[in-house]
Design a protein around this ligand. Structure first.
Ligand code: CA
Length: 247
């Protein structure tokens, strides 16, 4: 039966290179073992101040990032990383407080998972789903300075422009950032709070209700590009979800 959701069932890349930044050798070793069982290769650095160099030396497909680390903490790594890389980051945190979680997401982490109790199986499952999501993004959306026009939606970060099949969308900066957030995770339902967290400092004035207005405007601008398809669907009581029509 086809409900359109096949679009989201992509196999994770057959092989992927995972960078583990973790100062507890036992945990790192366990993670490497489980990742290998899942068919992934992994590298491990035990010091925070070695993480960025490891990324620069070879861009991993995903980073498992601990927070409390010698040399540089996970927050700072994340902040600096985001100035030059969009590699997916899954934060490993022993501290599950809301503030820490939000702080990680604000600094550019893509997701977080608790370390206590430590479940390598669950972490690998999350890695898989993040890689799958990322593979889907690369297929349906191209983000980058010199993206080709093959994908229907192209977000050109250098020029701060989005276009569909070469037609510019004329978005406000805030709409562009919203679209970027959605496009990075097609099929994922975002709460208004999550969307607010993805906007940057200069948009602190944006409120819950203002988000609805911006989404309405963004939806109106996308509609002519995908006639009869609502690219940003409201999910009652939860938030919003983005999906492009199948080719
Ligand atoms: Ca640690």
């Amino acid at each position: 039966m086809s409900d359109g959701s096949e679009e989201f069932r992509f196999a994770a890349p057959a092989s992927a290179d995972i960078l583990i930044v973790e100062d507890e050798p036992k945990l790192a070793e366990l993670l490497q073992k489980y990742l290998a069982l899942a068919g992934y290769t992994s590298r491990h650095v035990a010091r925070g101040d070695a993480a960025l160099d490891a990324v620069r030396a070879q861009r991993p497909d995903l980073i498992l990032l601990d927070i409390m680390l010698p040399g540089m903490d996970g927050w700072e790594i994340c902040r600096q990383l985001r100035t030059f890389s969009d590699v997916p980051v899954l934060m490993l945190t022993a501290r599950a407080e809301e503030d820490d979680r939000l702080r990680g997401l604000e600094l550019g982490a893509d997701d977080y998972i608790g370390k206590t109790p430590f479940s390598p199986r669950e972490i690998v499952a999350r890695v898989k789903s993040m890689l799958r999501r990322n593979a889907l993004v690369q297929r349906s959306v191209q983000v980058g300075p010199a993206a080709q026009m093959a994908a229907p939606l192209v977000i050109d970060e250098l020029r701060h422009q989005a276009s569909v099949r070469g037609e510019p969308l004329n978005l406000t900066p805030l709409e562009l950032r919203l679209l970027k957030t959605f496009a990075a995770a097609p099929g994922q339902v975002f709460s208004r709070e999550q969307l607010l967290n993805h906007l940057h400092d200069d948009d602190r004035s944006v409120t819950d209700r203002a988000i609805d207005t911006h989404i309405k405007n963004l939806r109106r601008k996308l509609e002519p590009c995908f006639p009869g398809h609502n690219a940003i669907q409201a999910v009652y009581g939860v938030g919003y979800c983005f999906a492009l029509p199948p080719d």
